[in-house]
Design a protein around this ligand. Sequence first.
Ligand SMILES: NC(=O)c1ccc[n+]([C@@H]2O[C@H](COP(=O)([O-])OP(=O)(O)OC[C@H]3O[C@@H](n4cnc5c(N)ncnc54)[C@H](O)[C@@H]3O)[C@@H](O)[C@H]2O)c1
Length: 400
Amino acid sequence: MNNKVRLGIVGLGARGMGLLELVYLQHPDVDFPVVCDIYEDRCKAAADLVEKSDRPRPDMVQDYKEILGRDDIQGVILCTSWEHHIDLCIEFMEAGKYVGCEVGGAHSVRDCWRLVEAYERTKVPVMLLENCVYGRNEMMIAHMAKQGVLGRVVHCEGGYRHDLREEIAFGKENRHYRLLNYIHRNGENYPTHELGPIARILNINRGNRMVSLTSVASKAFGMKEYIKEYKADDTELMNTEFAQGDVVTTIITCANGETITLTLDTTLPRYYSRGFYIQGTKGMYCEDNDSLFLEGEEHAKDHFEWKKHWGNVEEYREKYEHPVWKKYLDEGVKAGHDGMDWLVFCDFVESVKNKTEVPIDVYDMAAWMCITTLSEESVAMGGHPVAIPDFTNGAWLKRK
Ligand SMILES: NC(=O)c1ccc[n+]([C@@H]2O[C@H](COP(=O)([O-])OP(=O)(O)OC[C@H]3O[C@@H](n4cnc5c(N)ncnc54)[C@H](O)[C@@H]3O)[C@@H](O)[C@H]2O)c1
């Protein structure tokens, strides 16, 4: 056996296959001895890809339990659908395998506690593969915030604003999990892309924590209208009511006094945006017009005529680019969501290789994922505030 990191991959749908081809198989130090999906055709397609990359053809299994006892595997990547993430994480941790888990929200607070307890029992690290924490702008703004350029950060916003109507409506044809979730659930179902980078800036679980949230949902018309227009021959869907509101707004409060607004906006026509917005006592950043407003700078005199400064982030690149991205740009940015998929994967691989803790750990994962189930609760109660548990059990006060 060579010195490469050996990983299994479970879940070979759109995300799993895309990552395997564009990101994972580009990593020279990683082998994939086994691929797994409940669908045989997806296993075969993944095995073909691995073989094409000049690696040995992997074993194909349809039951992930067959991977648990394999001692030729140090870790697994889970690209399964949301409802399987936590159970699978726990089983693989119990089996001593590092876990890199794709993003999604939790179905219950109890599940989040089970995940934390599994880590505390086994000490096997699990990493939420939240690629957006590694986004170029997200990292640059975090770097600026750390240096105090924005002053004391007071309020942050973010969103998952992505028109997914086609993906949801054709869920049956594509064997995709989102459709059922949109029919039956109503809440902030995908919080971590925006919350992850914000949590980093606000030091959540490291001197700060999220305390409470309130969540409201708009009416649900987007999917109905879309199906009427583009899928009217599907009588079952034509007669289906969708529970998921078109726009879900969540407001989170933090122990250190900051507020966070999250917006889930996935069933109306719109441009893609993570709506990243950070506001402090000395300035602000806004993703949607790609601008920085910094008190004391010449541009700050134009606050009424701001449009002319849209895009001014580029003027600050040289000075504030995050060192990780400076190096990455020099080396050549890889494919996969503007390069961030590669960075998150490399960090996971380094942790497995060196047997160290992972940078997005179980406490982050539980705190970020629980927002989904708590938001569902709050929406169901007309926006009633709900408490966010402290999964660190007090350790956040001193954690670095
Ligand atoms: N980070 C990102 O930018 C990003 C982008 C897209 C999707 N995702 C995440 O990736 C995950 C997968 O998304 P997708 O779009 O590929 O979904 P998908 O439905 O296309 O694929 C999921 C796959 O997992 C398989 N699967 C489910 N349960 C399984 C089990 N118990 N054992 C083996 N295989 C199982 C399914 O058969 C399916 O092939 C989700 O969590 C999603 O949120 C992340």
